[in-house]
Design a protein around this ligand. Sequence first.
Ligand code: XMP
Length: 508
Amino acid sequence: SIVILDFGSQYNQLIARRVREMGVYAEVVPYFEDIEKIKEREPNGIILSGGPASVYLDDAPTIDKEIYELGIPVLGICYGMQLTMHLLGGKVAKADKQEFGKAELLIDDKKNPFFDCVPDQSQVWMSHGDHVTEIAKGFEKIAHTDSSIAVVCDTNRNFYCVQFHPEVTHSVYGKQMLENFVFNVAKCEKNWSMGNYIESTVEEIREKVGDRKVILALSGGVDSSVAAVLIHKAIGDQLSCFFVDTGLMRKDEAKKVMETYGEHYNINIECIDAEDRFLSKLAGVSDPEEKRKIIGNEFIYIFEDQKKRFKDADFLAQGTIYPDVIESQSVKGPSATIKSHHNVGGLPEEMKFELLEPLRELFKDEVRQVGRELGIPDHMIDRHPFPGPGLGIRILGEVTREKADILREADDIFIEELRNEGLYSKVSQAFVVLLPVKSVGVMGDERTYEYTAVLRSADTTDFMTATWSRLPYDFLEKVSNRIINEVKGINRMTYDISSKPPATIEWE
Ligand code: XMP
């Protein structure tokens, strides 16, 4: 296995993911992890990650030098390189000009096993303000760029250091070099898969929870569902779940969730009918932020009720995944509130639960793999994301039960047609938005005066930027006809062709 010591770079979990993709277990731990604990893991290799600090400052994060005496191969990346040079007798200084972005890597030692299958010249991704000015004793330079020492190594001790970021895709042969470190240098074996992950996580959950109890709010989304099934596999009936029917869920959502998780998996799950609560609080409110706050607060009240009911539960389980961890870290920054996102994560402090977050290290597609491995049906696993406030932010203006019913029907038709045409998994997120706008139409010989709805479909990899999906005209026509003919209350359909930015994916 590989242990990654985390010095705070935003790319760290990506390193773990790249290594896991190779079939080798990798785990990220903080840089100050006790060295005894690192030894207990018996890693084949240690990777020191990048990070924002400067090694020559007094409070710079550092490690026990004993790491270099364990006989374990080490790969230092960016800050990890600078720290290694600094600790082992080399010199690091502020570079005259920051190197940021693409650079050309030129290999000096072409026979080095670190460069197996890597061409003599290739593109790498740099992001650093400091650089190595003097290489530590025992090391030699084996590659460079025109402005920095790019790779050094000590082949006797199996230490390698790279100034660039091999884990990002802009480093075209970065994955190959990581692989070369993992297999050629650290001599890892391929023995890790999602199956192992499930097994070891189930073990960990059992150990952590013992005979205590756990509650989990299952939303029907991928993350909380996979977390529920995984935890249930570990501790069975010690897990109690609840599903909150806010009245703002998709069509038949409660039924599907109860069938899949309650009946099929036999998980203790209760459906809380909170439709009246949510809708009465939302009555008369049309400001988007106010609606979001009302919905978020109502969730918290329901949680408090549940907490009273499950007095003997010690753990609150959540389907937090790695991108949520990053997002909530960056959310603390000074960036402006575009929309007050809510997940059940924003619980008040006085709720004294221990958190159980078995998916914290995984990316979305890894969570889906775990879900498939656990036998969760595809149509529950491949679902598009659904926002916490639900249809509350897809009914523009005031939310009413009548509008929610109309929207549910229309949305269901859009999704059904996307699935029929094999388009559902080609787009990242698709849904219908109901506008508070009525227009005139004609149906048969009758004049109609009904709502306008919008088809929204976005293509994105990270949901930070997105383009509108180029859905075929014939398909749009079919969906439009079906909705207008089958859903009472809508007589006009439009298609949203805005990209993000400047628009957002949701309308509120
Ligand atoms: P926007 O509209 O900001 O949405 O482009 C980006 C992604 O986030 C989802 N979204 C939310 N998810 N709670 C969530 O869990 C929220 O409050 C929320 N608001 C937006 C949105 O569906 C899209 O996938």
